[in-house]
Design a protein around this ligand. Structure first.
Ligand code: NDP
Length: 305
């Protein structure tokens, strides 16, 4: 693995910021800004070549407060990157049939290059059926079984945004993944599983943990790279982190005192880690940036560019 010292010239914002424990802080906000600038340049080139901007349809059903914040941020970020955003805000009472019809319409709309259906969907709507209905070529979330399958087969096309964000962040800071022992805590379809596939693609030796894992502590303790995606505040104690490890904390949770915290106990983990992501300001902004990148990728792929 590269050392924290070796990355000194490479981080997104000049000299790396270090925690009091000496870990390099992986600045997702700064790297995301760089990715978004690249996306804006590519979107502008696409618009010039094709006479229209790349288009991203963002569908929200109901008005879940957290989803509304995510959707607003995604739409604003799209606009700033020169991507045309098509908003579809539907009431919570929307039937599955109606939603499937909308997805079908968006699949057939030539102005729409990417379709994002914000999760969670209301009760009574089968999210799998809706996600499966999205044209894989427009699946900017990278959740469609076709895109997951392509990633599993080492030929990624549209890659799930959060795991792809972890890989990009590691690259930006010169963190070597090849040959490293990587432990992913969490095995969901949207984070843990595709994360394992991404790490495998990067030639790490990957362990995936979930509620059936017998000795979670031992799996984390021997990891050179830890990705936490559990959804429980401060779930992984800092004392479990191997000295010098790279820690990517995907979790976004409210602590008992109302703060936004990750799945890893940050203060104690930062005393041991070589690199660590903050929450907020780590993988949250990276996820949005990779979504925009996927939208432009989808537009270019569809246009044969
Ligand atoms: P899910 O609830 O879908 O999955 C949680 C995973 O953690 C499951 O695989 C579950 O295991 C595992 N898990 C739960 N408890 C334990 C335990 N005690 N020991 C071991 N494993 C456990 O969550 P998501 O993957 O959707 O999200 C995880 C976190 O990431 C959340 O905080 C979410 O808000 C955040 N998130 C952040 C994003 C970002 O942009 N930064 C994007 C997406 C999510 P099992 O499979 O056995 O049930």
């Amino acid at each position: 693995m590269g050392t924290p010292e070796a990355t000194a010239g490479r981080p997104a914002s000049g000299t790396p910021t270090r925690t009091s424990g000496g870990a390099v802080l992986l600045d997702g906000k700064a790297v995301a800004a760089r990715v978004r600038a690249e996306v804006a340049a590519r979107a502008a080139a696409f618009a010039q070549a094709r006479g229209r901007r790349p288009g991203l349809a963002v569908v929200q059903v109901g008005n879940d407060a957290a989803s509304s914040v995510y959707v607003r941020n995604k739409r604003r970020a799209s606009h700033e990157a020169g991507i045309e955003s098509f908003a579809h805000d539907l009431p919570a009472s929307t039937s599955e049939a109606h939603l499937l019809e909308l997805v079908g319409t968006l699949n057939g709309d030539p102005r729409v290059d990417g379709i994002l259906v914000q999760l969670p969907l209301p009760r009574g709507v089968d999210a799998n059926r809706v996600m499966d209905a999205v044209d894989p070529a427009k699946d900017v979330d990278g959740f469609h079984p076709v895109n997951t399958g392509l990633l599993a087969q080492k030929r990624p096309r549209l890659r799930p945004c959060t795991p792809f964000g972890v890989i990009r962040l590691a690259q930006e800071y010169g963190i070597t993944l090849t040959g490293q022992r990587a432990t992913v805590v969490g095995a969901s379809n949207i984070v843990g599983r595709p994360m394992a596939l991404e790490l495998l693609l990067a030639r790490a030796t990957v362990t995936v943990c979930h509620t059936g894992t017998r000795d979670l502590r031992a799996e984390v303790e021997r990891a050179d790279v830890v990705v936490a995606a559990v959804g429980q505040p401060d779930f992984i104690p800092g004392t479990w982190i191997k000295p010098g490890a790279a820690v990517f904390d995907v979790g976004i949770n409210r602590s008992a005192d109302g703060r936004l915290v990750g799945d890893v106990a940050f203060e104690s983990a930062a005393q041991r880690a070589g690199w660590i992501t903050p929450v907020p300001g780590g993988l949250g902004p990276m996820t949005i940036a990779m979504l925009l990148s996927n939208a432009v990728d989808a537009a270019c792929q569809r246009a044969g560019i």
